[in-house]
Ligand binder design. Structure first.
Ligand code: SAH
Length: 459
């Protein structure tokens, strides 16, 4: 067989046309059949690019100059978009982003699951698609002029100061800026990653969208939080809605943000928020969806697909702090939730009590172990909901679901590729994918969230 030659070389400057976009938002161009990935290139655009790296099957390039522009190209709203890396799609109009996400799902279903016939609805977007994140986690550094806090420069560990992040709740920006100023005034030093010395590592701000309650978390390398008293006095004075100030100690040389020691130094250990009419307690460490507005849209869709009448037993696999379970419980006879993280299950139980929900039961463990055990105990579920992490469902779990033979499966997914793989397995096991609804939970990033409805094929 003739050896395939690579038609471009490193440092070549060539003109290309982009045909597609990858799941991480890069433009895809073909040069005599050879694939070149170029960040910021949009489908339909032509551009001069410089080849940066070539491998056997594909290479990477850098966009030098556009020679023809897509109608979906727009000026990024954020002045630090190119440095930050937190957003990947600000150069694409919001309409363009929603089209891109729908196509990502359609392509994955067809390519990986052989499910080209499945109807993928247009993505439900957010209006306006800005200022949605309820949690800010910012590293602290130091420059000559004093403390800085912001983000790590793309593919580096250099901290760049930031005053505003356009996908962050405005309140969180203000809280971080105020805490940064107070810590600076009090002469608290920033942690230096290189030297592994200094004090303040991260400032975290959490915000309850419905309650407007604020939590401040300070993470230090040192066990001691210097000037604690003045710090608390000034934070509570300058941030009127603060309900909780938490101190966490992380003495390790690590990229992991939290250490093991957490204490509430002022106020409550929790703030509260609502999704729909369900109240959630949010602690410093507990997982909570970062876009509460779109979370409601997603869960309403999951609930609609579950089509409950009040008589059903429902299983919620990968239930986290029980968000979906509690939504379901109001319309079901009984809900069983399972989750691998023990603290999340403790939160789920607390949240059930907080809402006087008595028909939800939670278990700690691997879904692929606990659910087969429930099956053996004779639990029969009319509806099974799954919301796995990016790697999708465990195969044993999928086999168990097939054996349990529920009427409907509602699959909530943050990764179209594993969704497609798992839907294929369930289809082969006797279920049919009815429809898929993507919801934009993370505007301006490449993340795509979906909910899929499957029904048992009656024989
Ligand atoms: N449904 C929840 C969280 C979904 S995120 C919500 O909407 O808030 C996925 C969850 O799966 C995480 O909480 C993670 O801890 C959990 N998880 C990961 N692997 C698991 C496994 N094998 N069994 C059970 N839960 C698992």
């Amino acid at each position: 067989m003739a050896k395939q030659t690579i038609p471009v070389q490193k440092n070549d400057i060539i003109e290309v046309e982009f045909q597609d976009m990858t799941h991480d938002g890069s433009g895809v161009a073909k040069v005599n059949g050879y694939t070149l990935f170029v960040p910021y290139g949009l489908p339909g655009e032509k551009a001069k690019v410089k080849v940066l790296k070539t491998k056997k099957a594909y290479g990477y390039g850098k966009l030098l100059q556009l020679t023809s522009e897509s109608e979906f190209r727009t000026e990024p709203s954020c002045p630090i978009y190119n440095q930050c890396g937190g957003c990947q799609l600000q150069h694409l109009t919001y309409e363009g982003q929603l089209n891109y996400k729908q196509k990502q799902v359609q392509d994955a279903l067809a390519r990986i699951g052989g499910l080209e016939h499945v109807h993928v609805h247009p993505v439900i977007g957010m209006e306006p698609p800005w200022r949605y994140r309820n949690k800010a986690q910012v590293p602290v550094g130091e420059e000559e002029a004093g403390l800085i806090a912001g983000f790590y420069q793309k593919s580096s560990h250099r901290i760049i100061n930031m005053e505003a992040c356009l996908i962050q709740e405005e309140s969180n920006d203000q809280v971080v800026n105020i805490v940064k100023r107070i810590a600076n005034d009090l002469g608290i030093s920033a942690y230096d990653e290189q030297e592994h010395r200094g004090v303040l590592r991260h400032i975290i701000a959490k915000y309850g969208k419905q309650t407007k309650e604020i939590m401040v978390v300070l993470i230090t390398k040192t066990k001691d939080l210097p000037h604690k008293k003045q710090l608390i006095e000034r934070i509570t004075k300058e941030i009127p809605n603060v309900k909780s100030i938490v101190h966490n100690v992380n003495p390790k040389r690590t990229n992991v943000i939290f250490g093991d020691e957490t204490s509430t130094i002022w106020g409550e250990p929790y703030i509260y928020d609502y999704i729909g009419d369900i109240k959630f307690a949010i602690s410093a460490r507990s997982f909570y969806q970062v876009n509460p507005v779109q979370t409601k849209v997603l869960y309403d869709k999951a609930l609609e697909y579950a089509a409950l009448t009040g008589k059903e037993t429902v299983i919620d696999a990968y239930c986290g702090i029980g968000t979906i379970s509690l939504f379901l419980a109001k319309q079901a006879h009984k809900v069983y939730g399972v989750e691998i993280v023990g603290e999340a299950i403790a939160d789920a139980k607390r949240n059930a009590r907080l809402n006087h929900i008595e028909n939800a039961e939670f278990a700690v463990g691997q879904a692929e172990k606990v659910i087969p055990w429930w099956h053996k105990q004779g639990i029969q579920a009319a509806v099974i909901v799954v919301d796995p992490p990016r790697k999708g469902c465990d195969e044993v779990l999928l086999k168990t679901i097939i054996a349990m033979n529920p009427e409907r499966i509602v699959y909530v997914s943050c990764n179209p590729a594993t969704l497609a793989r798992d839907l294929r397995i369930l289809e082969d096991g006797g279920f049919e994918t009815k429809e898929v609804q993507p919801v934009d939970m993370f505007p301006h990033t490449t993340h795509v969230e979906c909910v899929a409805l499957m029904s048992r094929v009656e024989k």
